[in-house]
Design a protein around this ligand. Sequence first.
Ligand code: FES
Length: 494
Amino acid sequence: MKTVSVKLVPLGKELQAREGTPLIDILHEYGVEFPCGGKGTCGKCRVKVLEGEIDTDPNHLDRLSELGLDSDWRLACLSSCSSDLVLEVGQYETIIQADETAFEFTPGTGLGIAFDLGTTTLVGQLLDLSTGKILAVETAMNPQKVYGSDLITRLETALHDGPEEMTGIIRVKIGEMIERMMKNQDSPLDRVVIVGNTVMHHFFCGHDIKSLSFYPFESANTEMARFSTRALEWNYVDCSQVWFYPSIGSFVGSDILAGILATGMYKKEGYSVLIDLGTNGEIVIGNNKRLLCASTAAGPAFEGARISQGMQATTGAISSILSKGEDWQCTVIGRGEAKGICGSGLIDAVAVLLDNQLMGDFGEIQSGEPEINLNSRVKLTQKDIQEFQLAKAAIAAGIEILIRKLGISSLDVKDVFIAGGFGNYINLSNVVRVGMLEFPEERMHKLGNSALMGGKMFLFEDTSHPSAILEITEHVSLESEPDFQDIFVEKLAF
Ligand code: FES
């Protein structure tokens, strides 16, 4: 039988396979996952055909169109190598997390769409409100990224050039995603729920962003906003309920509000903690009587910024490190050569250095050298370790302040929910080892995309529901707390 070559981009690997070999048989060896087990429903195994041909049958074409993938894409789980191929593997791009968690709901009518509007990524899911079934999923990078990857840069750009462009491109992008999801749907769209951080809220709604850009960074408007599809110029669908959910405080948005709903912490007698380790590192602690929330400036180190070889969790990033004595095993996303280290890898690296007594309790490299090699290509410098200390101390101190304000101890906390894509990949025992979270490991739960899950739950709720959560939620400005500096310094040590 003929042999064909399959080249994987951006991995740079070329492999040989017998003509007709299913792609699932060869790709799983290269770290490609098949989350729905190859049923063709999740779209996560998608590959872009850069050269060559992959034949499709009617079922495959139906799946591609349901998933809104254009003609360059194929689902690896439904494909085989029928010719020499050059494939770009979708999973090697930035990981965008959707949500498939089941939850209880009171059935409604028509269709609903929930959106998690993130700084980096966008995820939308279309649901049948009578059954709760997910009918379509759309993911994309936030198009505002061309104006800067972080919120501050985008705010500066909007201040300088006017915010209209930032508002316009995000509205157009979400509209396109909705159009793709609504294709071939007969039922009417009843409502759209969008959740996101405060800056995304302001940009989408067209609110004045000046007050968000200067000290004391207060929001001009944290209210729930309602639009019609006509007002947003989404003319292919008619819906009078497009809701952007309210923010909790200046830098705690409706993504966290949705997270509170998803965890159910606002209904429980016992205390819970919700931590979103995204750009800002938001924390919520409390129960059915009182919830305190705060944001910390912890994010950049975990997202790769300010770390000499830091990068986001994409191809080439060391995502985890296991140490067996002197032997360290680094896992690299995409299984290629390591180019840098992402947040989860950074936590592991620090834990490994501590376990091997290569670093002291104050973060000092014991050898006295300015850096340590993690492998032949990636190193961690003394300054990187200091950046990590600042980030982990910000989180640990934020938690400590909120716990003290509630008059409880960490032992009173029953559940700790860790949200966000990054949270999903971290090693919990190492998070405890480095002193970022000081809770028993068995009480910690990885939550995935709780913003999207909460957004979907809001689709089934009365729109007055967020006010029930907001009534018991207080925003705490950590920097204004008199103890903050002392606790922060205390938490710098390992
Ligand atoms: S594994 Fe889910 S679509 Fe292929």
